[in-house]
Design a binder for this molecule. Structure first.
Ligand code: UDP
Length: 244
């Protein structure tokens, strides 16, 4: 299946709609090697610009989906309209598909009580889901988790430890696990476990979920500002340079 991408500030972003993204991800599960789906946003790009090794991880990812509203704006500045594909919604589609097709999944991330709760909630919503491994995201030694994952052989791994930790964790695992699809999904387990509420639909539709989350968790403010306005400024600058 063909990948349609756009390079924004040096990072390739896949321009799939929901269905073709799912089809592409499924084709990766059948691949010979493990693969990494990054849900990219302006904070991730900002961090990558300051950390070369992390930039390499993003550039080597098999699929990069535009998660944040910032990326959507960035693409729009360049005349590209995309259906915003949030990591949490995309992961839910993957879970649904995995349950229907008996694809074994693993979950790593969030606090111990949350990872317990999320398994229960997912089993309620998807009784056929085959969770072969689950671990919280607060561990000192990666090797114990790597060993557990190797033994349980998941085909899809959801890592919810926030950026940049989750991408670094997945990158290390790529050479350890055979043909596993891995995706970093930030705080999704907290939402699935009912610990954190997503913004009401209308805020999501208006692209203001980030504002809702910042109001609810004011400590997020320093993550978004000044990153988001600087990102938009850089995108406009890149656009004008390309035109000129
Ligand atoms: N987390 C984790 N291990 C850590 C640090 C964080 O598992 O060492 C979890 C944390 O409990 C939360 C998630 O990672 O569930 C990060 O959520 P956040 O809302 O910050 O992520 P975002 O969605 O903004 O990327």
């Amino acid at each position: 299946m063909e990948r349609k991408q756009y390079k924004l500030l040096g990072y390739n972003i896949d321009l799939f709609d929901m269905q073709s993204a799912l089809n592409y991800a499924k084709s990766l599960i059948d691949g010979a090697n493990s693969s990494h789906i990054v849900t990219i946003n302006p904070e991730i790009i900002d961090y990558a610009n300051k950390h070369e090794e992390y930039a390499k991880i993003l550039k080597e990812a098999e699929m990069v989906i535009p998660d944040g509203i910032g990326i959507k704006i960035g693409l729009q500045v360049n005349g590209i309209r995309v259906q915003r594909l949030t990591g949490i919604e995309f992961a839910r589609l993957l879970i649904d598909d995995a349950a229907k097709n008996n694809i074994p999944v693993a979950l790593v991330g969030a606090k111990p009580n949350v990872i317990e709760k999320v398994q229960k909630c997912l089993k309620e919503d998807f009784p056929d889901l085959n969770i072969v491994y689950a671990h919280d995201g607060y561990f000192k030694d990666n090797s114990e988790i790597f060993e557990g994952l190797k033994l349980s052989c998941p085909k899809i791994l959801f890592v919810a430890m926030g950026a940049p930790k989750q991408e670094e964790f997945i990158y290390e695992l790529k050479s350890i696990l055979p043909s596993t699809l891995m995706i970093g999904i930030g705080g999704s387990f907290d939402v699935w476990a009912g610990e954190v509420q997503r913004a009401p639909k209308i805020w999501q539709k208006l692209g203001l979920e980030w504002l809702y989350r910042t109001i609810k968790q004011p400590e997020r403010f320093k993550r978004i500002f000044p990153t988001l306005p600087i990102f938009v400024y850089n995108v406009i600058k890149e656009r004008l340079t390309k035109k000129g």
